[in-house]
Design a protein around this ligand. Structure first.
Ligand code: M6R
Length: 607
């Protein structure tokens, strides 16, 4: 998704911008560009492709100490050099980069064309540059402010004027923007990772806020030009944490980090003495929690599947009716909000537009919405009514892995709290605590031998279609496994409850459509085995993820990935990790761009 970097200070701006854009690569993009102001001489360079290609064409003479840069993920207009940012007006005095979508850009553009403006791109963003230029009378921040009153839609903007070589105006509405405060230098960015090599002191802008930065100063304003006193915050993450740590791919690193990241999600949140948990960020008293009659979880993609695991746990263990809904569907269905329903929005990035808008719609109707997020200081945690950080650390690969297992961990703790407030006995509570505590070591056991998963992925990567089948708590894990395979290997995969295949999908089964069955040794094992036999009877190839020692499964399937025996409650962890590895090795075998799969962005900040 699009990214913004801005710099004002003593360094060569082009170097800072290119480095910042490189850090934003993980968000996904199709083109990039920078503009620097060298004492009133604006120089812009932009093109489709990777940052390294852009870097190769930036001349060493590209001087200037103030500049803006952008990574674009096309929404309006094709992926072309012209449509890449920065954009400028006819006089080429105003130059800007923009994240978001301007809904009324065509109306504004038509009017500007009548007034004599000519446009070089098909983007909604260029329209903003022309509009600012048409309203500019010598004060850049006033022109920007007047402009945003005319815009409908979402924007994070960084704007420069040719004649003001050491100033950038930033504005936020619906698309994140953060100010970095350095020593005689200031930064702007859509994401802290772009600037954290230079400073850890940041200010998060809220919607409808504007900032003016120069090398030595920053001033923040609301849209009524009232100056604001904003809190300076300290970024908790180190840049080192973002490096690959010796692995070839971020996804690989993030898969192997899970014993530690899961631990971070529950450490300090378990109370063995009370066989319960603590989640302080919920901002709810026990009296409020006991009155909750229903829980609804709202999210997108992998976070949605984590939410499904959460709803299953809450309903089956805490005995509170719970369901999961796709964020993209919630916003427009005029949802019914009831006073005794508690809502959770789940999002790794905390910036997913679908999830954010669903949250806003629910809050508008009076709902109490709590966030389960990873990125500290992102929009959802700041705008929700409370919530829990999953503490996964930065997740760079587009395919979400460690965030999923940490999100479900938070739901295990939440379930424990809610269940222990109701009927769950001390002994049953301790069983959940022990099960959770056993997970990191069980995963380490899986990691001791991943060769068989690699070998199976290699042999099966020639197939074009897969079914992923699981039941109960592991049904959503099957859906997540199918999503992982699709998004990074581009192999078509569908997830189903294994009980559902007889209602339609079994028609797809033949020797060219393998099925991957999740077979835990729980109450549904025998039923899953029957489903395997149905597939085998139709000449379907079957891979099973099964519990070590389950000879009956080994006898009827073509290949087995073994997992250690564990408390059935923890099988979602032990099943999903081999599925992540299966997708990873399949993608490697097919020589895919594992960390940045085609057409996808890490943080989907448009609807
Ligand atoms: O940042 P979020 O968790 O809100 O993102 C939601 C989805 O876009 C995300 O999980 C997506 O499905 C991943 N690429 C899956 O690996």
């Amino acid at each position: 998704m699009c990214g913004i970097v801005g710099y004002c200070g003593p360094k060569k701006a082009a170097d800072v911008l290119l480095e910042g854009l490189k850090r934003l690569e993980y968000r996904g993009y199709d083109s990039a560009g920078i503009c620097v102001n060298n004492m009133g001489n604006l120089r812009t360079i932009k093109r489709t492709g990777k940052i390294k290609d852009l870097r190769n064409i930036v001349p060493v003479t590209f001087e200037g100490h103030t500049g803006i840069g952008h990574t674009r993920w096309a929404t309006h207009g094709e992926v072309t050099d012209e449509n890449a940012h920065p954009h400028s007006d006819d006089s080429e005095k105003i130059v800007l980069v923009h994240n978001g979508i301007i809904e009324n850009y065509q109306t504004i553009k038509n009017k500007l064309i009548v007034e004599g403006h000519t446009f070089k791109s098909d983007t909604d963003s260029e329209v903003i540059a022309h509009l600012i230029a048409s309203l500019y009378t010598g004060n850049l921040e006033s022109a920007v402010k007047e402009t945003v009153f005319l815009l409908k839609g979402t924007y994070g903007l960084a704007v420069m004027h040719k004649d003001i070589p050491d100033k950038i105006v930033g504005v936020r509405n619906g698309s994140p923007l953060v100010v970095g405060i350095g020593d005689s230098e200031m930064f702007l960015a859509s994401d802290v990772t772009a600037i954290m090599a230079h400073t850890k002191q940041v200010i998060y802008l809220e919607d409808k806020e504007l900032v003016v930065i120069t090398p030595d100063s920053y001033k923040t304003f609301d849209f009524n030009e009232q100056e604001l006193q904003k809190k300076v915050e300290n970024i908790g993450w180190d840049l080192d944490q973002i490096e690959k740590d010796g692995y070839d791919y971020f996804m690989e690193k993030e898969i192997y980090e899970q014993p530690e990241s899961i631990l971070r999600a529950f450490v300090g949140r378990i109370d063995r003495e009370g066989a319960t948990g603590h989640l302080g960020g919920l901002n709810m008293t026990p009296a409020e929690l006991i009155n909750i009659k229903r829980i609804q979880i709202v999210a997108a993609g992998t976070s949605y599947y984590a939410g499904m695991v959460g709803a299953y746990l809450i309903e089956s263990i805490a005995r509170i009716p719970a369901s999961t809904e796709l964020a993209s569907e919630v916003r427009y269905k005029n949802p019914v909000v009831q006073p005794d329903t508690l809502y959770f929005v789940v999002s790794q990035s905390g910036e997913t537009a679908d999830t954010l808008y669903a949250m806003k719609e629910l809050q508008r109707k009076g709902a109490r919405v709590l966030g389960v997020c990873n990125v500290v200081g992102s929009t959802i945690p700041r705008k929700s009514d409370g919530g829990v950080y999953i503490h996964s650390g930065p997740e760079i690969a587009v395919a979400s892995t460690k965030a999923f297992t940490s999100q479900i961990t938070v739901f295990y703790v939440l379930t424990l709290i809610l269940a222990r407030m109701r009927h769950l006995s001390f002994e049953e509570g301790i069983r959940i605590v022990s099960a959770l505590e056993s997970v990191p070591d069980k995963l380490r056991e899986i990691f001791k031998d991943t060769n068989s998963i690699h070998d199976i992925a290699k042999r099966y990567s020639k197939y074009e279609n897969f079914l992923f089948l699981g039941r109960g708590l592991n049904y959503s894990v099957a859906l997540e496994g199918a999503l992982k395979l699709k998004e990074i290997s581009y192999i078509h995969a569908e997830g189903y409850s294994s009980a559902e295949i007889k209602h339609g999908p079994i028609a797809l089964i033949n020797e060219n459509t393998p099925s991957l069955f999740l077979v835990p040794d729980d109450n549904l094992r025998d039923k899953v085995i029957n489903n395997i036999k149905e597939v085998k009877a139709r000449k379907g190839k079957v891979i099973a993820i099964a519990v070590k020692g389950d000879d009956e499964v080994a006898k009827i399937v073509d290949d087995v990935i073994w997992i250690p025996s564990a408390d059935p409650l923890t099988y979602p962890y032990l099943m999903v990790v081999p599925l992540q590895l299966f997708a990873f090795y399949s993608a490697i075998e097919l020589k895919r761009d594992v960390d940045q799969p085609r057409n996808l962005a890490k943080s989907v900040t448009v609807e």
